[in-house]
Design a protein around this ligand. Structure first.
Ligand code: 4NP
Length: 161
């Protein structure tokens, strides 16, 4: 059974990427694929290293019956070797990741490319917003992670449900 690893990346690693990680993990666990798919998240910035997710991230996930455990960390060079998929929330994240590492750019994608192939749509940064923005981010990530899991299963021919 092939193993696959996925890293979600945003700026601070306290709002969007830990939310994506938690939503995706819940789907992977429900599908019985926790042993096959490794999931993590990281930020391109270093301001929040070691912190819990933003309380609004915790809240929107709790409202959708998803548990979150995450401590913010920054992207590291090994991530480009370790992870098969490095999925960024916006174009600035992609630019920062490309500057970080000059190789393995084929592993990079934008989160919303999974739900809107060919689009350059971004998951907007909700940090300076309120619960309306956090709920909107949840909806975008819920749809995109559905498509991501379906695509990974198809590509990896992981057929167990
Ligand atoms: P995230 O949101 O990238 O989705 O985790 C942000 C969190 C913190 C900051 C910016 C965005 N900040 O400027 O501290």
């Amino acid at each position: 059974m092939p193993k696959v690893s996925v890293l979600f990346v945003c700026l601070g690693n306290i709002c969007r990427s830990p939310m994506a990680e938690s939503i995706f993990r819940a789907k992977v666990m429900k599908a019985g694929l926790a042993e096959e798919i490794t999931i993590d998240s990281a930020g391109t910035g270093n301001w929040h290293i070691g912190e819990n997710p933003d309380p609004r991230t915790i809240r929107v996930l709790a409202e959708n019956n998803i548990h979150i455990f995450s401590r913010a960390r920054q992207v590291r060079s090994q991530d480009f070797q370790v992870f098969d998929y490095i999925i960024a929330m916006d174009g600035a994240n992609i630019r920062d990741l490309k500057n970080w590492q000059s190789s393995n750019h084929d592993k990079l994608s934008l989160m919303l490319e999974w739900s809107n192939p060919g689009s350059q749509a971004e998951v907007p940064d909700p940090y300076y917003g309120d619960m309306t923005e956090f709920n909107a981010v949840y909806e975008l990530l819920d749809e995109a992670t559905d498509k991501l899991l379906a695509d990974i299963r198809e590509k990896s021919q992981i057929s167990r449900t």
